[in-house]
Design a protein around this ligand. Structure first.
Ligand code: GLN
Length: 251
């Protein structure tokens, strides 16, 4: 089958080679006999209702975020409707911040966001940088580890009853003090983890793909057949080991 991906602002939001996440989706879909069809969705491009099974948005610095924020804010209804209809979302760092209600950047400007994730972000004085290890709080994969790399000035505060992506084992996470990282709502996941994220955490790629396939078929998502992930397991272990050495750090 064909899995339709909308890649939001690929030419603006691609820090740390975040588009590598798309390469992982493509390869892992192919290995199960599916085709990933990726369409760029950028400033001025319409976002048609029901046109995508998965939306992807990468990270970027304040400058790039400022360039696309008005366009992204204007798509808020369309993005929330897509998620209500069961589409999957993966949003990384700058994209994660702007899928929340908004981001107050280093200059003090308020960049209104799409309002999908129940959170707000404010830039702090220091950057939170380094390898990260999480334990997933996703109901589908409780306790599974997620390894990645963070580099953000933004402190993200989740609304009281919202769900994070995971509990921080090592690193800063959303704000350096809550002990949590990322956010999950329906089939949408936002996270600060770059790297890119998915080559070291293939189970998370497969979970998102299963959600996207569920959207395409209208059926309940089913776990995908396993692949030989030995290289990915080793990559995960190296990154997780670096994060464990780093330990937890206060902001
Ligand atoms: N500009 C944002 C911050 O520093 C996002 C950075 C990023 O995407 N790496 O918080």
């Amino acid at each position: 089958m064909i899995i339709r991906v909308g890649h939001l602002y690929p030419e603006y939001l691609n820090i740390y080679a975040d588009r590598g996440n798309i390469a992982v989706f493509t390869r892992r879909a192919e290995a199960r006999g599916h085709e990933l069809r990726v369409e760029p969705v950028t400033v001025g491009t319409p976002l048609e209702a029901g046109a995508h099974d998965l939306l992807y948005v990468g990270g970027g610095q304040d400058r790039e975020q400022g360039m696309i924020a008005p366009d992204l804010e204007a798509r808020g209804d369309a993005i929330r409707e897509a998620v209500d209809a069961g589409a999957a979302v993966l949003a990384v760092c700058g994209g994660y911040q702007l899928l929340g209600r908004g981001y107050r950047d280093r200059d003090g400007s308020w960049l209104a966001g799409a309002g999908l994730f129940p959170l707000e972000t404010v830039a702090g004085e220091t950057r939170m940088i380094g390898d990260v290890l999480l334990e997933s709080t996703l109901a589908e994969a409780p306790g599974r580890t997620i390894a990645g790399f963070e580099n953000h000035a933004g402190r993200t505060i989740l609304d009281d009853d919202s769900q994070p992506l995971g509990r921080v084992v090592s690193g800063y996470g959303n704000d350096g003090s809550s002990g949590f990282e990322g956010c999950r709502i329906a089939r949408a996941v936002g996270t600060y983890l770059h790297g890119p994220l998915l080559p070291r955490n293939p189970w998370l790629a497969d979970l998102l793909l299963s959600w996207a396939i569920g959207h395409a078929t209208g059926d309940d998502p089913e776990a995908l057949p396993p692949l030989d992930d030995e290289l990915e397991r080793q990559a995960h272990e190296v990154a997780a080991g670096r994060a464990r050495v780093r330990g937890g750090r206060p902001a």
